[in-house]
Design a protein around this ligand. Sequence first.
Ligand code: FEO
Length: 398
Amino acid sequence: MFNPCKIQDNLYWVGAIDWDIRFFHGYTYTTRTGTTYNSYLLRDEKTVLIDGVHHNFSGEWIERISEVIDLKKIDYFICNHIEPDHSGAIPKLMKLLPKIKIITNQKAKEGLDKYYPNNWDFQIVKTGDTLKLGKNTLRFIETPMIHWPDSMWTYLEQEEILFSNDAFGQHYASQERFDDEVDFGLIMDENAKYYANILMPLSSTILRKLQEIQKLNLSIRMILTSHGLNWRKYPDKAIESYLRWAKGESKEKVIIAYDTMWFSTEKMATAILEGITAEGARAEVYRVPISDLSDIMKELLDAKGLLIGSSVANNHILPTITKLLAELKSLKPLNKIGAFFGSYGWSKDAPVKELEAEIKEAGIKLVLPPLNIKYAPSPDELKQCFEFGRNFAIEIKK
Ligand code: FEO
């Protein structure tokens, strides 16, 4: 079993590493190496456990905590978020230690009561409330919809440590616990994937809340998240990245996502790519059924443009593209422009209307008329595709 990790005097990581999980939330978000459920033990005159773990790891969580402290010495459990990846093991903890006081906010209490009917001892806190532990004081900051209504952060004042729960986390399992122990590009890539696939639709709330929190002038030396690696060297970069993404800032980059039946739409995609790059913009091409949707969403996070291509079958766009559109409608990428292309046999207009409605619902602004080509593109039509790509790149650069 992996040992507890001493972060600094009297503060330990006592979470769990889930090397096996490959689909988080049970569907599109894939993890490359798994994830972690981070939990922290802080010792002072009063001892506090901050954040829990997934039900599957309740046994090893308790064992790991026991390696640091006699369980009976725990006074408080702080629940920053009730989603079961963090709350699933609470019933086991409370069965062993029914006298622990659970510190959380009202929304979280309501959620815990619903998930795990109980008679636990709660202390309800709200933004600005503090809890004195001895030398240390914890301050609570409610962060509703980053990313559930109950979400909350806990700030350790004397040490300037923020326990941010899901925020700034990554679904990444490794033996390391900190940002300065891995390649910086790796942690930012996983950070972006997490933001794109979980937080992107909440960007306006996140921006407002982050700006509110900036006004509190908290000095943040370290961010301890509930998933993946922690930010002890680059906490500012973690916050900056969220501000950038929440504002919808993007690069001159285009994502071309398509599917094809007889490779006509694929030929169009290639010619469009050449047009975009000829104009000096960057483009990435994904054939949707053989690509990872959550990676496409991560790449889309800092791209300005999205081109969607589909062949037509039975008067509809292909089901793989329907699935892509469903994900776009769910995640609502910010400030993107788009256009549509594809080949058809005998039904041109109905699929275009279908696709235009869906793209608009995803909040993507269409900036070019669709490019539809019958059966296979001729050499002249491939030139049209090239020009379509160039024109889109011009829109990207505006
Ligand atoms: Fe990691 Fe929202 O739970």
